[in-house]
Design a protein around this ligand. Structure first.
Ligand code: SF4
Length: 498
């Protein structure tokens, strides 16, 4: 996309940056955009880092580089909070959320930026109440360089899916911000050039349905006041379909997509992984309900559960066909440290450390069968013909159900025109699936549905290319763990050496 350099704003860093003393000078570097330079390291007194398990090697690389400049390093965030043992070389580790550990960290750095002789471990015992979170420091980034700006309205999830580390990290009792607080954050995004879409990164947007309703009423008013400029995206359980009052307001507030962790179409699997909440209503029926409010469902699917059979791949393909969901993230199961799944598999002696595998689990089926099923599924569902057919369904059954108040801004029009040109040239003229493309896009263009053309062209092209990479073995089958990162690491080193 013209001018876009990264997918989503790094909200954790923005939040911490806002909490640090105002007299501290902060330079925020998102290495999704560009790597920190030698001059950055020389300038800093201390280097504060965050990362997920999948970024472990990058965290270590940053740490080594900072130490080569003699700088104090601090690591916080989800990976170190669950697995402090992964990071013995950091000077200070901050475990848990924003809270008393953060205050101790600030006190330490205010007194000294000398590297300690031994690692210092700070653990949050008392969290900062979410209602007291400061507005994230959006001013530190150029928001126009991001495809999506992120915001958080709640934290925690009441469910306990076996593979998930969210309840362990953020608790099972959902905590919600006040609507005014969220509105102030949205205003800050707009003031600093954000133009959407805005993604609510809450673990489950409807974890507290009453709080979600209150927030949505404020979002509707905010959109009315601001001319419906922004589209929203969120994550929620598929039980959202049972809350038609929430769906009504989501439609009015401009939600265009919701990500649901469906994980598997097999009821036995959902029971086995303690995801019974997906079984309250037939999943396909729930998806249709959500679509009827103009909201496209995107879904997470996992391969490698103990209940999988050699037929699982075909069952998932059948489910995708029936659900008509265009965008799915499909991963191999990975046992994240300190989750119920991890402890069970450890007990059963089924954790494997093999950098050549895309998962750390000895599946009940042979690894090659699971990997082959995953590849076959991606090949099938992301063939241009099948993917565009599902998008076509959305153009008839979902997108027309949206309220049409949204008026594109001048910036939208400029961006849209440039993007349209790119899509028509790159896909419509030069791609090897242009025949399929025109069958779907031609009628939409003729009827002036430019937003749909942009969405389908852009997202579809990414998915088709991504799936081709997966099938040819270039892309990794799991995004969450710490699998073989050699491809990533060599590109990281290449960038460093530039
Ligand atoms: S997978 Fe989703 S619903 Fe399940 S525990 Fe994690 S965040 Fe909650």
């Amino acid at each position: 996309m013209p001018g876009i350099k990264a997918f989503m704003t790094p909200l954790g860093l923005l939040q911490i940056a806002a909490y640090l003393p105002s007299k501290w000078e902060i330079r925020l570097i998102d290495e999704n955009m560009h790597l920190a330079t030698d001059a950055d390291y020389e300038w800093a007194d201390a280097i504060l880092i965050t990362g997920m398990h999948a970024q472990r090697k990058q965290v270590d690389a940053i740490n080594t580089r900072a130490h080569s400049f003699g700088k104090l390093t601090v690591l916080g965030g989800p990976s170190v909070s669950r697995c402090p043992e992964y990071y013995p070389d950091l000077d200070i580790i901050h475990m848990g959320e924003l809270g008393d550990a953060t205050d101790k960290l600030i006190e330490y750095i205010d007194n000294s930026v000398e590297r300690p002789a031994d690692q210092i471990r700070l653990q949050t015992i008392e969290r900062l109440p979410i209602e007291n979170f400061p507005i994230p420091a959006y001013s530190l980034l150029n928001l126009r360089e991001y495809f999506v700006t992120s915001v958080q309205s709640s934290s925690g999830c009441p469910h306990q899916c076996e593979f998930c580390d969210v309840p362990g990290l953020y608790g099972r009792a959902p905590r919600s911000k006040q609507p005014d607080q969220v509105i102030a954050e949205l205003n800050a995004i707009m003031d600093h050039g954000g133009r959407g879409p805005i993604y609510f990164i809450d673990d489950d947007f409807i974890a507290n349905p009453k709080a979600a309703l209150n927030l949505l009423s404020s979002l509707v008013e905010w959109q009315h006041r601001n001319g419906h400029k922004i589209e929203f995206i969120c994550e929620a359980t598929i039980s959202l379909a049972q809350h038609t009052d929430i769906l009504d307001l989501m439609r009015e507030a401009g939600f265009m997509m919701v990500f649901c962790g469906i994980e598997s179409p097999d009821p036995n699997t959902l029971k086995a992984i303690h995801k019974e909440h997906n079984l309250r209503r037939p999943i396909i029926e729930s998806i249709r309900t959500i679509n009827s409010y103009g909201i496209e469902v995107s879904a997470g699917i996992i391969f490698g559960f103990d209940t999988d059979t050699p037929e699982t791949s075909e069952a998932v393909v059948q489910f995708v066909r029936e659900s008509q969901i265009p965008l799915l993230t499909i991963n191999l199961l990975y046992a994240l440290p300190n989750t119920p799944l991890y402890y069970r598999l450890k007990e059963e002696g089924r954790l494997v450390e093999d950098p050549n595998r895309g998962s750390n689990i000895a599946f009940s089926l042979p690894y090659e069968t699971v990997l082959g099923g995953w590849r076959k599924c991606l090949h099938e569902i992301y063939s241009p013909h099948n993917l565009l057919k599902r998008f076509l369904y959305q153009t008839v059954h979902t997108y027309p159900n949206r309220l049409s108040e949204r008026k594109p801004t001048l910036a939208d029009l400029v961006m849209g025109t440039r993007l349209l040109g790119g899509i028509l040239w790159k896909i419509g003229c030069r791609s090897n699936y242009r025949g399929e493309f025109w069958k779907v896009i031609g009628p939409l263009l003729r009827s002036g549905r430019i937003e749909d053309v942009l969405h389908i062209g852009f997202v579809g092209h990414h998915l088709i290319n991504f799936a081709r990479g997966c099938v040819s073995g270039e892309a990794e089958p799991c995004f969450y763990g710490d699998p073989n990162r050699s491809a990533f690491n060599s590109s990281y080193s290449r960038n460093l050496n530039r």
